[in-house]
Design a protein around this ligand. Structure first.
Ligand code: PLP
Length: 439
């Protein structure tokens, strides 16, 4: 199997900061759908999908052909924030296919092409609109790596050695990941908002991921999201939804918060909005919150026209009717069945799963390390699946939404083999332990 070696330039010269390559030490060469092919020809099923940037798979043919056509016609590639035909089409298509049918009305802001830049823009908007400073975020929340977003990200690992952020006194709000936690979480948030507004330190906004991705696939109940919105309205605080990882269909609906019946002040999107894995980020703000003066949040790469073209084709192809929804729903049920089998067939691992649509987390009650072991052993057998959570204790499924049942099954067959292997090791260990104890 193709492995990176010490002499590989990625090892010799690339900074120590590199991350995914450590879990997946192979040399990727080509990719199609849910399969990545290494330089030596080894095939890997991709259940990571560019960390959620490839909801429509690798090299989605219909998008790729549109891009090739656009480039062949000398379509403009880089355009700052000029009006372009490609951008016009994207805005019109997004409004027509996504916003209007959901009764939503938002202004579009294209910022620098990463998720974290959209979060930075949202932070600024909330501050400018309210004239207040603080943005509150949640335990296990993840919002990006630039300074403003990092302040809102919970995991202290990312703040190590950064005095300003290390010193920052931060009391994250309690995220609610089950209906049992609802009442306590709402009461705590209400109390915090009350104390802050009594002492003239009300926050500008609260930012939340309806399903926390990096934080461990923690699914907020819909009623809790609604209660959170009610609290925001009660205290005059803006609600920002970070749908960077869970948006664009990942949960089965286009937006992850759709079924909660809420109307966020600001929504940030990135990752799969670019359709083809091309960088793009989008801030959607209620029209009354569009308080920017011209150029106040600028950036050179706000006009990635290839991303506009890809994004438009993706919307037209996948989101213009209900066929794709239905397919995603049916395949999601199959994924859930396969997860259920992993749990029931491997009792020694004490597994449990949670999620929705095409995002699932699998966790072992036995030890945080089981997720890492499954990840490693799966990779050796040709499956790319990542871990998440504060201790990397959750195995995270983010397969492309376009994965075929055959691809899904190939991935789950590998997982079944790995789990059986680990389960029988533990059974053996249990038997040995019992024998030793009985003398
Ligand atoms: N917000 C969420 C919820 C994310 O999952 C991520 C990235 O994983 C970000 C923000 C940051 O996006 P980017 O890595 O494109 O800056």
């Amino acid at each position: 199997m193709d492995k990176l070696t010490e002499t590989d330039p990625a090892h010799r010269l690339e900074s120590n900061v590199r991350s995914y390559v450590r879990s997946f030490p192979f040399l990727a060469k080509s990719a199609s759908g849910s399969t990545i092919v290494a330089e030596d020809g080894t095939e890997y099923i991709d259940f990571l999908a560019g960390a959620g940037a490839l909801n429509y798979g690798h090299n989605c043919k219909v998008i790729r052909n549109a891009l090739i056509g656009y480039l062949s016609d000398d379509g403009i590639a880089h355009s700052l924030d000029f009006a372009t035909v490609a951008k016009n089409r994207f805005i019109d298509t997004f409004d027509r296919l996504i916003l209007q049918p959901r009764g939503m009305s938002y202004r579009f802001q294209f910022c620098g092409p990463t998720g974290t830049n959209a979060v930075e823009a949202a932070i600024k908007i909330a501050r400018k609109v309210t004239g207040r400073h603080d943005i509150l975020s949640f335990t296990h929340g993840f919002h990006g790596m630039t300074t403003g977003s990092l302040e809102l990200t919970d995991n202290p690992y990312y703040k190590e050695g950064l005095p300003f952020l290390e010193r920052q006194e931060r009391d994250p709000l309690p995220f609610c990941a089950s209906t049992e936690e609802h009442a306590a979480s709402v009461a705590t948030i209400a109390e915090i908002l009350q104390i802050r507004s009594d002492s003239n330190s009300a926050p500008a906004a609260i930012i939340v991921e309806p399903i926390q991705g990096e934080g461990g696939i923690n699914v907020a109940p819909l009623a809790w999201l609604k209660a959170l919105e009610d609290l925001c309205r009660q205290f005059g605080v803006l609600l920002i939804i970070d749908d960077i990882q869970m948006g664009c269909g990942r949960t089965g609906d286009f937006f992850s918060f759709e079924k909660a019946g809420i109307s966020p002040d600001i929504v940030v999107l990135s990752k799969s909005i670019g359709g083809f894995g091309l960088p793009m980020a989008l801030v959607l703000m209620k029209p009354e919150h569009d308080v920017w003066k011209p150029g106040q949040h600028n950036g050179t790469f706000r006009g990635n026209n290839l991303a506009f073209v890809a994004a438009t084709v993706a919307l037209e192809h996948f989101w213009s009717d209900f066929e794709f929804y239905d397919e995603v729903k049916a395949k999601a049920e199959h994924i859930e069945d396969r997860l259920g089998q992993l749990v029931s067939q491997n009792p020694e691992l004490e597994l449990s799963y949670r999620g929705k649509g095409f995002v699932w987390g699998l966790e072992s009650n036995v030890s945080a390390e089981i997720a890492g072991l499954i990840q490693q052993m799966s990779f050796e057998r040709g499956l790319i699946v990542e871990t998440c959570g504060r201790d990397d204790q959750v195995l995270k499924f983010l397969a492309p939404l376009t994965s075929t049942l055959k691809e899904i099954d190939r991935g789950f067959d590998i997982l079944a083999e790995v789990c059986t292997c680990l389960n029988s090791q533990r059974t053996g260990a249990g038997v040995r332990h019992a024998r030793a104890a009985s003398g």
